[in-house]
Design a protein around this ligand. Structure first.
Ligand SMILES: Cc1ncc(COP(=O)(O)O)c(C=O)c1O
Length: 336
């Protein structure tokens, strides 16, 4: 039997483009209700009739009615049929003849000062793959099959501890393996319990900054240097001085420069110039950091890669008890 509600739904249904019929019907009925062409308390067409009108299976209509009912658009009254709910329109205040609310869109979407500051300095290139893009490994040549095999093997004996929350800063086996690797390959002096796993260097830099700096503190960064660090410092309200770099790495400023809380460096392979920090600069920086009670943050982002020669040991392991936080990443050896 044809009904006015059925005609309204049929019209809206014909305007929907989704390939899936149930999604098309759902969207059609929702829009009718929200736009007011199906008013509150309107009786919905019986599912069998609507299915006939739209040449759909009855099950499709029943499924959509169930969904709409679960979301509160319509409600069934025993033995009298299914009706558009009153509550949905009252709640959403979407009746079409209401005066438009006089609030400018910008008021709703106003961003925080911190976010605007960040957007003003967005510096990552939208293009992150291709020739001459520094800091991105050749992900096409990654041995995905080998990694997949290893992952499959490990997935067969996953322990619940691997899958739940963790307060230890990472799986102990990984931290032990890393401590071994870092000691032998990078000369880092650390025990597994000193390691904290993060999502990458970017997150580690943020964590270190938040943990050690108060708003208004200052930091030294390399100039030129890794762009990512500037926004981390901005978002944490830490002031920074851009310290020039030469072929020996960061040139420590004279004593008139205020003592920084943090000193960010890439000693093994300066980013982006590629120089290696000389021994004397390393010693100067360590001395300075000890005097001013600063922390040096050693960003060892790509030291696994060398064309020739011996790997350069880390700054962290140069002496006992250095004021250095060493950070590395799998972004280059695996993929970002
Ligand atoms: C110097 C430097 N540090 C850190 C990173 C970011 O590392 P991650 O991907 O682990 O956040 C990059 C990325 O290219 C980098 O060049």
């Amino acid at each position: 039997m044809r009904s006015l509600a059925g005609d309204v739904i049929k019209q809206a249904f014909s305007q929907q483009t989704d390939e899936k019929l149930h999604r098309r019907l759902y969207a059609a009925i929702c829009s009718c209700i929200l736009e007011g062409s199906l008013k509150p308390a309107t009786r919905m067409p019986p599912s069998r009739d609507l299915a006939g009108e739209l040449t759909l299976s009855r099950n499709t209509v029943l499924r959509v009615y169930e969904q709409l009912q679960a979301e509160g658009y319509i409600s069934a009254r025993t033995s009298s049929g299914t009706f558009v709910s009153d509550s949905v329109l009252d709640n959403l205040d979407l009746r079409p003849n209401k005066e438009p609310v006089a609030v400018a869109l910008e008021d709703h979407t106003r961003l925080s000062a911190r976010c605007l500051e960040l957007l003003g300095h967005a510096s990552a290139s939208p293009r992150q793959w291709g020739a001459f893009i520094p800091g991105v490994p050749d992900v096409q040549y990654f041995p995905h099959r080998v990694l997949k095999k290893i992952q499959d093997r490990l997935a067969r004996r996953l322990r619940p501890a691997f899958l739940t929350y963790d307060a230890a800063g990472g799986v102990s086996e990984l931290k032990e393996a890393l401590a071994d690797y870092l000691r032998t390959a990078r000369g880092v002096r650390c025990s597994p319990d000193q390691i904290l796993i993060t999502e990458g260097i970017h997150q580690a830099l943020d964590l270190v900054t938040r943990a050690l700096c108060n708003p208004g503190d200052s930091a030294w960064i390399e100039e030129p240097g890794y762009w990512g660090i500037k926004n981390i410092l901005r978002i944490n309200a830490v002031n920074f001085s851009a310290i020039p770099v030469d072929e020996q790495g960061m040139i420590p400023p004279g004593p008139t420069e205020p003592a920084p809380k943090l000193i960010f460096v890439t000693p093994s392979h300066q980013y982006p110039l590629g120089s290696v920090m000389s021994l004397s600069r390393r010693q100067q920086l360590l001395l300075r950091a000890r005097e001013t009670r600063s922390w040096i943050i050693e960003d060892d982002y790509d030291s696994e890669f060398r064309f020739s020669g011996q790997p350069i040991p880390s700054l962290q392991g140069l002496e006992e008890e250095t004021p250095v936080i060493y950070i590395g990443t799998f972004s280059k050896t695996l993929y970002p």
